[in-house]
Ligand binder design. Structure first.
Ligand code: PMP
Length: 428
């Protein structure tokens, strides 16, 4: 028995499912999850001493690669001054200004401790600001696990095959309207009927929780227009896409300005951090300036801010995004070529440092419907073959992949060589 296997069975005795977040349990691919001991650059090292090239990057934050010396040093020196004060600090001001400089649509910013908190708070604020209850979201988009958002959600919810979660009161879920991603006509039809009751549209501007699906032309612009016409708040959930598909997020990449933006992952550089922000008139509606309550004992934690700020400082250098974008494209082209050589139909997509690959005959995947009709059995086989080859891909057919600045040419070529070997071994 490997050390991962024995730790997993031990974990299952005291942790539900042996993990602290469902997708880690390998439910989507079967088998025993790999337990990690340490990480460095593009690599993860498991407790059995095996090294993997990592394309999960802690689900997005590790854009500079693992254990980056500058980020690590920033954390160590912040920690030397105490871990938390529960009072204002200068670094929170620096962080808010840094975010605003990179994403000018975030005129004011509130820090929180996770992406879930960011989206939950943004929705409460949008509801309080508009005095409306209804929320429009898209099937297969995941925005964290708060009650209003666990309706037809993506990510781990997809591999569990549950459209909604028990424990979410029907009385609350009824305020969440779910329509198809990339289908502006459906959005229009809903707004024609109940537009005056809709507080907000929340959207992943590039969907990354049903594999990776970019917006079709005109989709984000259409949402902007509909919100303007109906006085609803447009929320871009950039927890995943922020600083990832472009330094300025999807809002810069597509040049569409949301009213509110939610952030997570990269903004914490690997520490538990989230943020939400946007137009001053909306943001001033939260406590203590406004009536909508929102708070956090550890929000703006100095050690977490140090990790996030050090990360932002590093990725501001234009060569970082230029390289990551090039690397991601090279990787997906390599996957496509590996599949073509083996006669396996595969569609790939890349945008900034985010990518997806679908085992499908379709040239492109643009909808949730298409994403869920790909060949999941083939994905599972590929995932395990790659794991054997020492490549750690997201253990679910419904997650995006992430490339970091530490994934250099040799690492990318080694990954593509592994993909060539794995594709040839796939059951035809
Ligand atoms: N929004 C999006 C787009 C996400 O991808 C995620 C997490 N993957 C969340 C929100 C929730 O973030 P967290 O897991 O930090 O609560």
């Amino acid at each position: 028995m490997s050390r991962s296997e024995s730790l997993y069975s031990q974990a299952c005795q005291s942790i539900p499912g042996g993990v602290n977040s469902p997708v880690r349990a390998f439910n989507g691919v079967g088998g025993t999850p790999v337990f990690i001991e340490k990480a460095d650059g593009p690599y993860l090292y498991d407790v059995d001493g095996k090294r993997y090239i990592d394309y999960v990057g802690s689900w997005g934050p590790m854009i500079m690669g693992h254990n980056h010396p500058t980020i690590r040093d920033a954390v160590i020196s912040a920690a030397a001054n105490g871990l938390s004060y529960g009072a204002p600090t200068a670094i929170e001001v620096t962080m808010a200004e840094a975010i605003r400089n990179i994403m000018p649509n975030m005129e004011k910013v509130r820090m929180v401790n996770s992406g879930t908190e960011a989206t939950m708070s943004a929705i409460r604020l949008a509801r309080g600001f508009t005095g409306r209850n209804k929320l429009l979201k898209f099937e297969g988009c995941y925005h964290g696990h708060s009650d209003s958002l666990l309706v037809k959600a993506g990510s781990g919810m997809l591999t569990m095959g549950e459209p909604t979660s028990p424990g979410v009161p029907a009385d609350l879920a009824k305020h969440t309207i779910t329509v198809s991603y990339n289908n502006i006509d459906e959005v229009k039809a809903v707004f024609d009927e109940v537009g005056k009751d809709i507080a907000a549209i929340i959207v992943e501007p590039v969907a990354g929780n049903m594999n990776c699906i970019p917006p079709v032309e005109g989709f984000l612009e259409g949402l902007r227009q509909i919100c303007d016409e109906h006085g609803s708040v447009l929320i871009f959930d950039e927890v995943m896409t922020g600083f990832r598909v472009h330094l300025g997020g999807a809002q810069a990449h597509y040049n569409v300005a949301p009213d509110l933006t939610t952030l997570g992952k990269i903004i914490g550089g690997g520490m538990p951090v989230g943020a939400f922000g946007g137009k001053t008139e909306i943001m001033d509606f939260i406590a203590p300036t406004g009536p909508v309550y929102q708070a956090g004992t550890l929000s703006g934690n100095p050690v977490a801010m140090a990790a996030g700020l050090a990360t932002l400082d590093l990725i501001k250098d234009p060569k970082v995004h230029a390289q990551i974008t090039r690397s991601t494209k090279y990787l997906t082209q390599g996957f496509a070529q590996a599949a073509a050589e083996a006669g396996i139909p595969l569609a790939t997509v890349n945008i900034g440092g985010m990518f997806g690959y679908f085992f499908t005959d379709a040239a492109q995947v643009t909808s949730f419907e298409q994403a869920t009709h790909c060949n999941v059995e083939r994905f599972k086989e590929f995932f395990h073959l790659m794991l054997e080859e020492g490549v750690y891909l997201a253990p679910s057919a419904y997650e995006a992949g992430f490339v970091s600045y530490a994934h250099n040419q040799d690492v990318l070529d080694a990954t593509i060589a592994a993909a060539k070997s794995a594709m040839k071994k796939l059951t035809q």
